[in-house]
Design a protein around this ligand. Structure first.
Ligand SMILES: Nc1ncnc2c1ncn2[C@@H]1O[C@H](COP(=O)(O)OP(=O)(O)OP(=O)(O)O)[C@@H](O)[C@H]1O
Length: 261
């Protein structure tokens, strides 16, 4: 790949009279790790759906992995993009095992079906489940897993096809404190790993930004409030404008936290 992992310019999404996204410009480079932060309804999921080629903008241009949306067969592009979200989770057959779910991602399908996988596929899927701390759950049905276990299986699944871009929509949502901290730590390890893909996570909380994440995009009401290197963008003013209340932000050298003042 010669150019950007992701490039959006003048991207708007309109449904009726509502703008879900309004004139968004955003570029992601290969070695960048982005957190998209914003309140409910800010347009974060819509942005990620466009980045994952599941949705086209009403206006504007989008390039994903050097390919222009609208001028490329998205079914060829999608295997190069790992994507985990609540919408993906909702489409999963709860009777599928963790291993089925991860292996089948190498062919772009969801769940168990008749397909012959080779030993390398099995090895890779098991290695990913082990790496994300759910190796012992390989044979368990997805429907029996806890929320935290499901999140990790979905991330393993999103990584199965060795994507060049990994998009995770609210990976820590619904986890208890221990589960959140464990996941954020693992994402932090992925962020600094040399062979990791470009990473984008969506969250409502600055506390969920893993260490090693380099950039932040702050969104409100479909627009970008601020975007760029985390140390420049993560200010009390930007965060307060994003969430619409007066906030104080702290950094402990690794992680961020925020609270109202
Ligand atoms: N088809 C639609 N028609 C009109 N409005 C829509 C439609 N789909 C989504 N919206 C609205 O677009 C806005 C942005 O939604 P989106 O899911 O992208 O926000 P979000 O930042 O991910 O929110 P959350 O943090 O609550 O998940 C929301 O106000 C939502 O109600």
């Amino acid at each position: 790949m010669n150019g950007h992992v992701l490039r959006m310019d003048g991207v708007s999404v309109r449904r009726g009279n509502a703008y879900l996204l309004r004139d968004v410009a955003w570029t992601v480079e290969e070695d960048e790790r982005w957190a998209i932060i914003g309140p409910n309804g800010a347009g974060k999921t819509t942005l990620l759906r466009i980045a994952s080629t599941q949705m086209f903008p009403t206006t504007g241009t989008v390039e994903v992995l050097d390919e222009r949306l609208g001028a490329v067969d998205v079914f060829e592009l999608r295997p190069r993009i790992g994507f985990a979200s609540a919408a993906v989770a909702n489409r999963i057959d709860e009777a599928s095992t963790s291993l089925d779910l991860v292996i089948s991602a190498s062919y772009g399908y969801l769940g168990s079906f008749v397909e012959s996988y080779g030993a390398p596929d099995h090895e890779r899927a098991r290695a990913l489940l082990n790496h994300w701390g759910v190796g012992q759950l390989a044979e368990r049905k997805y429907g029996t897993l806890s929320e935290g276990e499901r999140k990790r299986v979905l991330i393993a699944r999103a990584l199965m096809a060795d994507p060049e871009l990994l998009l995770l929509d609210e990976p820590a949502a619904g986890l208890d404190l221990g589960g959140r901290e464990d996941l954020v730590r693992r994402l932090g390890e992925l962020a600094v790993s040399v062979d990791a893909p470009a990473l984008v996570i969506v969250s409502h909380h600055v506390e969920e930004i893993p260490s090693g994440f380099t950039h932040v995009l702050m969104m409100r009401e479909g627009g970008v409030v601020a975007g760029g290197p985390v140390e420049e963008v993560m200010t009390a003013d930007n965060l307060s404008a994003t969430f619409g209340l007066s906030l104080k932000v702290e950094y402990d050298g690794e992680r961020w936290s925020a609270r109202a003042v």
